[in-house]
Design a protein around this ligand. Structure first.
Ligand code: SAM
Length: 317
């Protein structure tokens, strides 16, 4: 156990020839290098010496048929750039490198870096960013490419936050093929009226088109998770798909609308937090705002379509 930890620590120090991280001085120096390079003395960790970390959602894909289906759904082109979030031990990465023009892989776990370097650094279309995808400037990392597509078997505990971050950087991202917990995919693709609908559904609808592709059984992973997964294809639009002048206002309204799911939209807007509360009052109160927007006061957030949310925002612009 102890020697394994020592080996991991050594691997950590040597892995400083990987971009990103920002946790030590050596990382800062290393982060100026454009891509990974392999030192002949780099210790190689065998994948069996690494215990999957639950807190990083490490359920590694071990079913090659699922790998094929994900890569086929993405259809990497020889002149295209692909961002992979959380390459893990490289199950998807290898196939991506074979087909894509450039692969930029962002992995948080420093212990996996030596493994990925050993496996892929000889491939000149591979770049490893060792760091947190929640902090990553995707548009900066893909330069000189202007746009990229994203593929990821995402850690479930951060999938919503990552999705939001990807949508925020949609100016350089055109499409994503993501494996998520099945319930999250059902939420993203839920039509108006479905109880699964939430803030994330409206957010994805506003900036993307999404389609659920297929379900994946727990047995496709190691260690085996407790839940099923699904793969979803998301095409990003650079502009919001409804007419609103103030997008921040729209997202405050949607967030307030779903704050208490059992309450009506009227009640939720009445009890909205600041600064939305003041805005609602300035426009005559929640009932007037909803009447101007043509939205029935008794409706619940889950029944509203994107355009109706936009009408509420326009009623307060
Ligand atoms: N892609 C690999 C596969 O399919 O076998 C691994 C998928 S595993 C579900 C999730 C991966 O994301 C792990 O390698 C984990 O270390 C990495 N990860 C977790 N949190 C991350 C973060 N904030 N930024 C980047 N990678 C992260």
């Amino acid at each position: 156990m102890r020697s394994e930890r020592n080996e991991r620590d050594r691997g950590r120090r040597r892995a400083s020839n990987v971009r990103g991280g920002g946790e030590s001085e050596s990382d800062k120096v290393a982060s100026t290098r454009p891509r990974v390079s392999v030192s002949p003395t780099l210790p190689v960790l065998s994948s069996s010496s690494l215990h999957p970390l639950k807190r990083l959602g490490q359920n590694f894909l071990v079913d090659n048929r699922v790998v094929d289906r994900i890569v086929n759904a993405l259809g990497p082109a020889s002149d295209g750039t692909i961002i992979e979030i959380g390459p893990g031990k490289g199950a998807l990465t290898e196939r991506l490198i074979d087909h894509a023009g450039q692969v930029v892989a962002i992995e948080f776990d420093r212990n996996l870096a030596p493994l990925l370097i050993e496996r892929f650094a000889a491939r000149n279309n591979f770049k490893l960013v060792q760091g947190d995808a929640l902090q990553t400037d995707f548009c900066g990392e893909i330069l000189p490419a202007i746009t990229a597509r994203v593929v990821a078997n995402l850690p479930y505990n951060i999938s919503t936050a990552i999705l939001q971050r990807l949508i925020d950087q949609r100016q350089c991202l055109t499409e994503m093929v993501l494996m998520l917990q099945r319930e999250v995919v059902d939420r993203i693709t839920a039509p108006a009226g479905s109880t699964e609908r939430g803030y994330l559904t409206v957010l994805v609808e506003a900036y993307c088109e999404s389609e659920k592709l297929f379900d994946v059984a727990p047995s496709a992973f190691k260690p085996v998770p407790k839940v099923w997964s699904s793969v979803v294809q998301v095409k990003l639009h650079s502009k919001i798909r409804v007419e609103v002048k103030d997008e921040d206002l729209l997202w405050r309204i949607v967030s307030a609308g779903f704050a208490q799911r059992r309450k009506t939209i009227l009640n939720n807007l009445r009890h909205a937090q600041e600064p939305l509360q003041t805005k609602v009052k300035q426009h005559g109160g929640a009932s007037i705002v909803l009447c101007v927007a043509g939205v029935d006061l008794q409706r619940r957030a889950e029944t509203l379509e994107l355009e109706e949310w936009a009408r509420i925002a326009r009623a307060m612009e």
